[in-house]
Design a protein around this ligand. Sequence first.
Ligand code: C2E
Ligand code: CA
Ligand code: CA
Length: 410
Amino acid sequence: MTNASTLKILILDDDTFMLKLLTKILAKQGYTNVSAYDNGEDALKKLDHIETHPDLILLDLNMPDMDGIEFVRYLVDRQYHGDLILVSGEDERMLKTAEKLVHAHQIPMLGYLHKPVDADKLFAMVSQSGIHNTDPSSDPKRKTYTAAELGNAIARHELVNYYQPKVSVSTGEIIGVETLVRWHHPTDGLISPDRFIAIAERCHLINDLTTVVLTEALQQAKIWQQNGLSLRVAINVSMDNLASLDFQDLVVNLVTQAGLSPQKIVLEVTESQVMGADARVPLEILSRLRLKRFHLSIDDFGTGHSSMAQLRDIPFDELKIDQGFVHRAWTDSTLRAIYDASLAMAKQLNMEVVAEGVEDQDDWKLLHETGCDLAQGNFVSKPLQAADFMNWITEWQKRVEAGLIPNLPL
Ligand code: C2E
Ligand code: CA
Ligand code: CA
């Protein structure tokens, strides 16, 4: 158990009465290092500073502006490794769904509490805080990198593209790939993008990073095309890439230089940072790219980042249901409800639907039963280096022919 007076607790709830009440209850038990916020933006500022970085967050779900689910996404972006307790007036089902989402993001969650809060339950949970946490700096898997290190990595070509196939659920045909960047670190090994994209975004390196990823992906697309493989190649575009109109020219120029058709390029967009008050520039860039026939895809659908407003404002061609709502949705009714709703909405808006995180036959069967267009996930293939792609195609064809992929026409 951690010492009560040193445990840094952050409370986020739009109800200021609740903030006072929780602070008071905690103080009674000696938890005095408590800061309280009534909005997500202020709370996030504290997270960005090492001195005010909390060990434990008590989070309300239902808040205007940034809700609790969205806040959790920002915690992930910031590689938050402290504990979390959800406190909410929402019903049990809602809290359970939120809990699943938090688990999917691998944030240690101590539990959830219904309002009005039972003080004993609260203490039981708070006293668990810090038990499983280790110092992030002592664990190489949690080591964080500086902007300078990442800048060097970009300059030294240590970032390498991996490609994960997207296949048709009705025919098994290989439709395209998603480009996923990794860092081949000279001493730390393979570093996943979750550990450096947010840094790139915060430290103005994201344009350089995206340029490198896009350039390499286009070269690869060209090679595949020359080998008779017509693949749609997707890249992930950060909202920060869409802050300047130069980005559009850059994409158009690179694709033209590579001699590729914009129709074969998919731009996957997630709103990974609070979108500025002025959304006109991103909107303009996306609309103009769409006019040039680039494919636009809305990523991580269902996680709260991709809002309905975006669907209304931007003519997306593709919707990707987040893996958190795909794997095991066949057996879990709450996941299934979100999966079904996302699929129905996409169909209504004439978008192609990609289910991410398809991990096994059962997941695949659900996609088939529900008429989802494309599948992506480890069941089909993990992300591959370009050199391994041709071998994978042969393997995949063998699996299809052997009847190992359910419901495909043989
Ligand atoms: P994403 O766009 O949602 O990409 C899908 C993630 O799910 C990838 O993680 C992929 O490896 C993983 N995945 C694929 N199949 C499965 C499966 O069956 N089960 C599970 N549990 N996971 C699966 P990865 O490669 O670690 O990338 C993480 C995120 O980093 C991506 O999420 C994307 O948002 C971001 N990212 C990757 N490359 C880039 C990039 O070049 N630029 C930007 N801005 N973001 C990138
Ligand atoms: Ca993506
Ligand atoms: Ca995604």
